[in-house]
Design a protein around this ligand. Structure first.
Ligand code: ASP
Length: 376
C-alpha cells in the first residue's frame, strides 16, 4: 500500500480536510481527525430538512408537509417523489439511466426514527416511485427489503401501476454507451461509421437531444437522499436512485441497504449518501455517520470521518488515481436531533440542499481533499 504523509487540516467550510492520499484507518479511541472543522449548520436548532443538491425541491415540499402535520417519513417521501417524477433527473425514478440491457431498475429505502423501522425495495422495474413502495414495505409488512419481481408484485398489490420508465433521452444515452462500448462487437462505434451522403432523417423528438448526444460517453451516477427533523423532534430519512448507469442487471447499490446509503436513529440523527454505492456497502457509511454523531461529532465532522474511512479502506489500485487519491466521488449528508446539519464530499466544491425557517437553499459541503480530481 502506497503511503502518503498526512497534512494537517484547516477549520471552517468550505475548508477541505486536507487529508490526502492513502491513510491508515484510524484506530478506535484515537482523537477525532476533524475536531476543528466548523460549518454554518453546526449552530442550527430546530426543524430542518437536508438533501442531496438535486433534492432542493424535495426539501421545500417536505417542510411544507411537516407544517401540515404529516409523519416525517411521508414528508420526505413526498418530497423525493418530485425528483422521482422528473424525467430530467436521469439518476432517479422516471427517466433514470438503465442497466446494461437498457432496462431501468430502481432502488430506494426509508427509515423512520420514531419506530426505528425501515423499508426498502431493490432492483424494482416499471414503478416510478420506489420510495413510496419502500415506505409501504416499512408500514405494511414485517419485512425490511423486497427485491425485483417480489418488490414489483408487492407494489402492484398496493395499487401502483406499471409504466415504462425509459425516456427517449435515457434510451439514446444508453444506445450511445452500448455502441461505443467495444470495437470487437457488431455495433459500430461513433468513429467507425462513415459519414452519410446527405442529411439523415431525424425524428423531431430526437433533434432536441442533439447536443446531449454529442457529449462523450460516461458512466453516470446520481441519487436523491433526503432527511428531516420535524417539530416533534422526530427524524426520518430516505434515499432513492436508479443506481449506476449501465450496471449489471440485478446490481443493487447502497441506497436500499439500510446502514450503507441511508440510516437514522431518533435519539441521534440521520445520515445518507450519494455516489459510488459499492464504497458505502463496504463501509456502511450512513450507519457510521450516525455512530460518529452519537460519539459527539457535529454532522459535518461525522460526514468527513465517514468519507475518510472510505478513503482509508480503498485498497484497490484501479480505484486510485496517479496522485494516490481515490478516483471516484461520494457525498455524505447528515442532521442531528438538535437540528444541526452538514455534508461532506471527497473532492471540494460540493453543495447540498437545506430547508429550514429561512426556506430552501444550497449550502457548501466540506471535503476530504482540498484539490479537485485530476480528470473530473
Ligand atoms: N449510490 C448510488 C448507487 O450506487 C448511485 C449514486 O448515488 O450515484 O446505486
Amino acid at each position: 500500500m502506497q503511503s502518503i504523509p498526512r497534512r494537517s487540516f484547516l477549520a471552517g467550510v468550505p475548508a477541505a480536510a486536507l487529508l490526502a492520499g492513502v491513510a491508515r484507518a484510524q484506530p478506535t479511541g484515537a482523537a477525532p481527525r476533524f475536531a476543528g472543522v466548523k460549518h454554518e449548520g453546526d449552530a442550527h436548532k430546530g426543524p430542518v430538512c437536508v438533501a442531496s443538491l438535486n433534492g432542493l425541491r424535495a426539501t421545500a415540499r417536505a417542510m411544507e408537509l411537516m407544517k401540515q402535520g404529516y409523519d416525517p417519513a411521508d414528508c420526505i417521501v413526498q418530497g423525493v417523489r418530485i425528483i422521482e417524477d422528473d424525467p430530467e433527473d436521469t439518476s432517479v425514478g422516471y427517466g433514470g439511466l438503465p442497466n446494461e440491457d437498457g432496462v431501468v431498475e430502481l432502488d430506494a429505502s426509508v427509515m423512520h426514527g420514531p419506530t426505528h423501522k425501515c423499508g426498502s425495495v431493490a432492483g424494482i422495474r416499471n414503478i416510478k416511485n420506489p420510495a413510496m413502495v419502500a415506505l409501504l414495505v416499512l408500514r405494511r409488512t414485517d419485512h425490511c427489503l423486497l427485491v425485483a419481481e417480489g418488490a414489483l408484485k408487492f407494489a402492484k398489490q398496493m395499487g401502483f401501476t406499471e409504466e415504462n420508465l425509459l425516456t427517449e433521452r435515457a434510451r439514446l444515452e444508453w444506445q450511445k454507451w452500448r455502441e461505443n462500448m467495444s470495437k470487437d462487437d457488431d455495433r459500430l462505434n461513433d468513429d467507425e461509421r462513415d459519414a452519410p451522403s446527405g442529411k439523415v432523417w431525424e425524428e423531431p423528438r430526437h433533434a432536441a437531444l442533439d447536443d446531449f448526444r454529442k457529449a462523450p460517453v460516461q458512466h453516470l451516477t446520481g441519487t436523491v437522499h433526503c432527511s428531516i427533523l420535524d417539530t416533534s423532534n422526530n427524524i426520518a430519512s430516505c434515499t432513492s436512485t436508479s443506481g449506476l448507469s449501465w450496471k449489471i442487471p440485478g446490481r443493487v447499490g447502497d441506497s436500499p441497504i439500510i446502514g450503507a446509503g441511508n440510516y437514522c436513529d431518533n435519539e441521534v440523527g440521520a445520515g445518507g449518501s450519494t455516489g459510488r454505492g459499492e464504497a458505502n456497502l463496504q463501509n456502511l457509511s450512513a450507519r457510521m455517520i450516525v455512530e460518529f454523531m452519537a460519539r459527539g461529532m457535529t454532522p459535518t465532522q461525522a460526514c468527513l470521518e465517514s468519507a475518510q474511512r472510505v478513503v482509508d479502506h480503498t485498497k484497490e489500485k484501479r480505484l486510485r488515481g496517479p496522485d494516490g487519491r481515490v478516483n471516484f466521488d461520494l457525498k455524505f449528508y447528515a442532521l442531528n436531533r438538535d437540528g444541526a446539519f452538514g455534508a461532506a464530499t471527497l473532492f471540494p466544491g460540493g453543495k447540498f440542499a437545506v430547508c429550514d425557517e429561512k426556506g430552501p437553499r444550497e449550502v457548501p459541503a466540506a471535503s476530504v481533499y482540498d484539490k479537485p480530481p485530476l480528470n473530473p
